[in-house]
Every structure is written in structure tokens, then in C-alpha cells.
Design a protein around this ligand. Structure first.
Ligand SMILES: Nc1ncnc2c1ncn2[C@@H]1O[C@H](COP(=O)(O)OP(=O)(O)OP(=O)(O)O)[C@@H](O)[C@H]1O
Length: 362
């Protein structure tokens, strides 16, 4: 049976927002730059951009925020609007399929408004081209009619600030990237920063938590505030049902064990992949498809859902000969790595060596 029967998008450790996240996130979002935890460099740079714009009394340059999901791009866009005392309009690349959709949004903006365009790399080509002119000249050409009779009607736009967000900055065409005056690269959060995020959210949710309890949740949150907030809610449930509601490190650990999120933030799918790699293939190298069959999953699920975090954590490496486990992987699962052939004490290695899988890349 698949170790992960449900949709991988429903994992408790996914960085994408689920329905419950969306419902509670509004209450947990920091409202001003000073309340925003971590991302020191982006915060400092952005603070300068905003202060300068306020001083000049003009709309600031367009801002691009890039980084993995759940790190606070939407939150920062709302903070930008709040700091500028400006209204914000929120939309996303996939919602803008036709240039006309974008023209409708742009032409209804008010002066100084912030337009947040999430997943900007997923906009259609014609809309993207319209955006170039809008960003640079605050003007769009609206095409009326079709074929040889079509005419372009120029439309002046009020000055506005575009905040684009993308998980894939590399996919943005250079002409679009170049039109942003400031790009903020969001990094995964350090455990101490996530501990502060958990504490802050616990206060807002009226959950009593001790510092070590917050540290326990932070350590399992994969560097991502959205995951930290989600784990906090599950730990709160456990603490309220099984205990007196206070979150201690022991209670946090017990609760997250129930949800199968281990001390390093790996879930059942991540561990199944690592266990197969170590126990069945002696740590590799093994091809992706062989590894996927061994865990009863599609290759894409292993490659796109489990591997990025395992690679980031330094537990698994992708090589031209296939996937290999690192020393940290053996250590994490409490297993002893085989001794390389030709060295003394090869006994365990040969026993496991017989199980080594094919060594093709895929
Ligand atoms: N620096 C931070 N301090 C406190 N909370 C944060 C911080 N960054 C993010 N959060 C919390 O994490 C949650 C997710 O943040 P947000 O929606 O801004 O992420 P995102 O990068 O826009 O994700 P996506 O790309 O999936 O839209 C929010 O509820 C917010 O409260």
C-alpha cells in the first residue's frame, strides 16, 4: 500500500495553503514591518524603499518578492500597502488569462494603490506584455475590435505600485524582471525566528505555550511560518483534548508524533523514501523510478513532493548515477551505513550490497 494514501497536497507539512490556513491566516498576519519576524535583509531594504517613497510623496518602485510558498510574500505585500497607507488589490497570474482581464484591473486602480500579483510567472503572454507598458509608463493600449479594423486606444493609468510574487524568479522573462525597482529574495527561516513566529501566533490564538514548547514546534516546521502556524494549531488541539491546554515541549512532541511529523520535520512520505533508499538500496545510488516503485508512489510525487526538502536538509543527493543518501540520512534514521567495499569490516556492506538497486539516473 502507498505510504501516503491521501493527496500529497493535504500533507500537514505542505507549504501550500489549505482551506483552514486561509481562514485563520488573516488573523495571524503581521500588519506592519516592525511586527514581521526574520528576513532581516529584505525588511531593511524594503523599509528604505518605503520611507523614501513616503518622503517624496510618490508611489514607490515596483517590488518583486521571490521565494518558496508560505514564507510571507502575501503578508509583506499587505504590509507594504499598510505602511504606505494605501489600498491593496489582490490577484494572481492564473486569474489573468486575457490581456482584457488585466486591463480591467489596471484601469480601475486608484492613485497610489498597491496591486499584488501572486504567481506572476503564471500570467498569460499577452497580459504580461500589457504589464510591461503599464509598469513603465502607467499606460496601456486597449485593443478594440478584431482583425484589420482593430484599433489601439491608449489609456492613462494612475501611478500605482505593483508587488509581484513568485516561487520561480528564474522563470520570469528578463524584460519583466527588469521593470521591478526592488527584488526581495525570501529565505527559509532559522529555528529561532520560527520560534518567535510560534510564540506570536500562540498569543494571538490565546494558547499558553512555554519557550521550549515553541522551539519544539519550530524545529519541525521546515523553515516555513505557514507550517509552524499549522503545527501549532494541531498541537493546541492535542494539548486541549489530552491535557490542560498548556503546550510544553513534551506535549508538542507527543502531538506531532501522532501527526507523524518527526523531530526534523519529515513526514511519513519523506521517511518512507529515505527508509527505502537506506534499507533496500544500501543508500544508493538508485534510479528515481526504482525508488518510487519501492515506496509505492509515482515518480513525480517522490521527485516533487518528498525530495526537495530531503535535498535541502542534506539527507539525499541527486546525482547523475541516481539518488544517494548522505551520512546525515543514516544518522537521522538511526541506521549504520555500510562500510565501502575493500575496507575492513565489509560484513554488513556485502549483506546490504546484494539489495542495491540499478544505478541508472532514472
Ligand atoms: N515573518 C513572519 N512573521 C510572522 N508570521 C509570518 C511571517 N511570514 C509569514 N507568516 C505567517 O505565515 C502565513 C503564510 O504567509 P503568506 O501567506 O504571506 O505566505 P506566502 O509566501 O504569500 O505564501 P504563498 O506563496 O503560498 O501565497 C501567514 O499566516 C502569516 O501569518
Amino acid at each position: 500500500m502507498s505510504p501516503y494514501e491521501s493527496d500529497p497536497a493535504d500533507r500537514i507539512v505542505t507549504a501550500a495553503a489549505d482551506g483552514e490556513d486561509q481562514a485563520v491566516e488573516a488573523a495571524l498576519r503581521p500588519k506592519l514591518l516592525d511586527e514581521f519576524i526574520g528576513q532581516e535583509r529584505v525588511r531593511e531594504q524594503l523599509s528604505l524603499v518605503l520611507q523614501a517613497a513616503r518622503k517624496r510623496g510618490t508611489a514607490p518602485d515596483h517590488v518583486l518578492l521571490s521565494g518558496p510558498p508560505g514564507l510571507g510574500k502575501t503578508t509583506l505585500s499587505m504590509i507594504i500597502a499598510a505602511e504606505l497607507n494605501a489600498p491593496i488589490r489582490i490577484t494572481s497570474g492564473p486569474a489573468i488569462q486575457h490581456a482584457g482581464d488585466l486591463a480591467a484591473i489596471l484601469s480601475s486602480l486608484t492613485e497610489g494603490e498597491v496591486l499584488f500579483l501572486d504567481e506572476i510567472h503564471r500570467m498569460s503572454r499577452p497580459a504580461e506584455e500589457m504589464l510591461y507598458m503599464a509598469m513603465e509608463d502607467f499606460r496601456v493600449d486597449v485593443i478594440v475590435g478584431k482583425g484589420p479594423g482593430a484599433t489601439a486606444i491608449p489609456l492613462e493609468l494612475p501611478p500605482f505600485t505593483l508587488v509581484g510574487a513568485t516561487t520561480r524568479a528564474g522563470l520570469l522573462p528578463p524584460p519583466l524582471r527588469d521593470r521591478f525597482g526592488f527584488t526581495g529574495h525570501m529565505e527559509f527561516y532559522a529555528p529561532a525566528e520560527l520560534q518567535r513566529v510560534v510564540h506570536r501566533s500562540a498569543d494571538l490564538l490565546d494558547v499558553e505555550i512555554d519557550p521550549a514548547g515553541a522551539a519544539e514546534i519550530a524545529g519541525r516546521s521546515r523553515g516555513t511560518p505557514r507550517i509552524a502556524n499549522r503545527l501549532l494549531r494541531r498541537v493546541r488541539d492535542y494539548a486541549q483534548v489530552k491535557h490542560d491546554g498548556v503546550v510544553t515541549p513534551e506535549i508538542a512532541a507527543q502531538a506531532l508524533d501522532v501527526y507523524e511529523v518527526d523531530a526534523r520535520g519529515l513526514d511519513r512520505l519523506d521517511r518512507a523514501v529515505l527508509e527505502a533508499l537506506l534499507k533496500l538500496f544500501g543508500g544508493g545510488p538508485v534510479g528515481l523510478s526504482t525508488l518510487a516503485v519501492a515506496v509505492g508512489e509515482e515518480s513525480e510525487t517522490v521527485e516533487e513532493v518528498a525530495e526537495p526538502f530531503l535535498v535541502r536538509e542534506g539527507l539525499l543527493a541527486r546525482t547523475p548515477r541516481g539518488r544517494i543518501a548522505t551520512a546525515a540520512a543514516w544518522h537521522h534514521l538511526g541506521l549504520t551505513p555500510p562500510v565501502p567495499s575493500g575496507q575492513p569490516g565489509r560484513g554488513t556492506a556485502s549483506a546490504q550490497g546484494e539489495l542495491w538497486g540499478p544505478t541508472g539516473g532514472r
